[in-house]
Ligand binder design. Sequence first.
Ligand code: LRH
Ligand code: MN
Length: 431
Amino acid sequence: MAATDIAPIAPELDPAVERDHQRDFAELADRLERGGRDAESVIAAVQRFELALPSWALATGGTRFGRFPGAGEPHTLRHKMEDAALVHRLTASAPRIALHIPWDDVQDIGEVLSDARRLGIGFDAVNSNTFQDQPEQPLSYKLGSFSNPSAAVRRQAIEHHLRVIEIGKQVGSRALSVWLADGSNYPGQMSLRGSFERVRECLQEVYAATPDDWRLFTEHKPYEPATYATVVQDWGSSLLLAQSLGDRAQCLVDLGHHLPNTNIELVVARLLGVGKLGGFHFNDSKYGDDDLTAGSIKPYMLFLIFHELVLAERERLPGFDPAYMIDQSHNLKDPIESLLQTVDQLQQAFAKACLVDHDELASHQASGDVIMAERTLKRAYETDVRPLVAEARRRRGGALDPVLAFRALGYRAQKAIERPVAASTARPTHL
Ligand code: LRH
Ligand code: MN
């Protein structure tokens, strides 16, 4: 059974709901046809759209001020994979999980792989972690990892990445995702060019250790935990690294890693233009790296990002193979419900972007008709594609409304019984 074929899980639908859905979908398909758009081709595109779920976002997140875990939280990698598999079965669109090492304990690879087979999910990029000191770790990353002035600390960080690559090879990953917290809090603390050069040198060694069919993603972030200068601070720094490493190195765009009012769709267009857009960490934010549910704060921006992706795919841009991953922290919402919302929001943003009349848009852009160009884009964005996305899921055994289906399953209450709280009082490794 391929990862994308799923055993239907959506609870029996109330016939009235099914009838309403079929009517809504038929009406939308008819309206699209009158507008020269083909609902079936968009459904096919949505069904090809696959996401990877972050293992670290399946337990309740928190801040330094507090964490409010719920009942039935995952405590083990198996629990996280069970929850990820459920998100996939309800959305028919999230067949892989991205691991974070050492947050995810993969001691028994055989067990992890048999769980993955049983649950019908696979593994996406593996994430390294040199932004925390582990109990048994000889040297501290307090003053950085790859940028650390100490060669011994840099060596330790390289060894960690080599271990992460080994784990990734064993679970069938095809990419290493590297986010470095490296930076400084005060002017003068760190050589701005020296630190970057040290990171480039260490990454060159890590890149060389990745298998030939792998990619290495560099992830930029403007601040936090560093508060003055972050070594890989912006897309320019990430691009310089990816270009110096080689063809298999590309930039990962975490939507929350941009200063307020940054035009992220333009950053995406720039990276697409040079074949260096490796993938995404989808989420949303109001101020900082809030890791909120994608589409919850800036849905138009999300649509504009997918518009750039659909344009790039239509033009068959070289190097176009974005890894679609989510990176969120659920401090208040049930993690599974927020991920179900996220997948639905991303499916909707993608479907709307597929509805843009690209020829009409190009002609208005060429003639300088600003109003008509914007209206062409907005017409797609303002189309309520929910019946179409629901139909795309339904045909693959997924749920029309994943959040309602999840609640109807009573899954969390069941897990609260199976996963006693006692074991979960431990502070989650990702906080
Ligand atoms: C850093 C980041 C990175 C992950 C971490 C969980 O803020 O976005 O992608 O390693 O969150
Ligand atoms: Mn991220």
